[in-house]
Design a protein around this ligand. Structure first.
Ligand code: 13P
Length: 251
């Protein structure tokens, strides 16, 4: 059985000014230091404007820093965008790509997500590649087919268990307080694991995160599901108490 150390990642989305972000980062760093050792990896993904300040607040803490998106190019005439190399330069080790909010708000398709993940890999970052069906797709019985298609289209050539994490985030569970049943999560994560064979090197070592309305009250149950190797937490990652409680829920 491959050792997949759980990863608890906070996606702060478009939230936080410098004072909030650094206070939250310091709070988490203090909790991890007080805990001594933890059986999980912690990652926070603040908005781009906070990467520098949060990176400083986390220095030496063992908590990793990640971006929420990157452009596929290294540099150039792309007003408003941030490259994977820029994220690496400011201290990031990870970047989220293909979040459903990017897919929806910015029209990113699988090919765009794959190009971003490839750029992340070239820049030395671990790409957290997000997949997930809409409610209409689930109701139509297409959830697994949609997610399988997203995986095949979004994972770049040469991906492996070190540089790639998958996050399964059903769109209808994000920010809604609704979650799939543990049976549905188990079925989807099992399907993702099977599909990773042939798409990545060392598929059994790739971490597959669940995301969507994860809270202290449901985290232990979700994290106990086979092939759930951690969480990608949105709203609850903005509160140190909640995020820490979720982290402590890992098996
Ligand atoms: O989109 C998410 C994480 O990327 C999940 O968001 P919520 O935890 O707020 O539902």
């Amino acid at each position: 059985m491959p050792d997949r150390r759980p990863l608890i990642a906070g996606n702060w989305k478009m939230n936080g000014l410098r004072a909030d972000g650094t206070a939250l980062a310091r709070d988490l760093a203090g909790r991890l230091a007080a805990a001594g050792s933890a059986g999980f990896d912690l990652l926070v993904c603040p908005p781009a404007t906070l990467l520098h300040a949060v990176g400083e607040a986390l220095a030496g803490s063992g908590i990793a820093l990640g971006g929420q998106d990157c452009h596929a190019a290294e540099k150039g005439a792309h007003t408003g965008d941030v490259s994977a190399w820029m994220l690496a330069d400011i201290g990031c080790s990870h970047v989220i790509v293909g979040h459903s909010e990017r897919r929806h708000d910015h029209g990113e398709d699988d090919a765009a997500v794959r190009a971003k993940a490839a750029a992340a890999h070239k820049a030395g970052l671990t790409a957290i590649i997000c997949v997930g069906e809409t409610e209409a797709e689930r109701d139509a019985g297409e959830a697994e087919a949609v997610v399988a298609r997203q995986l095949e289209g979004s994972i770049p050539q040469g991906a492996d268990a070190v540089d790639t994490v998958i996050a399964y985030e059903p769109v209808w569970a994000i920010g809604t307080g609704r979650t799939p049943t543990v049976a549905d999560i188990a079925a989807m994560h099992g399907m993702i694991r099977r599909r990773l064979h042939g798409l990545v090197a060392s598929p059994d070592s790739v971490r597959i995160l669940y995301g969507g309305s994860m809270k202290p009250g449901n985290a232990a149950e979700i994290m106990a599901v086979a092939d759930v190797d951690g969480g990608l937490v949105g709203g609850a990652s903005l509160k140190a108490d909640d995020f820490w409680q979720i982290a402590l829920s890992v098996r």
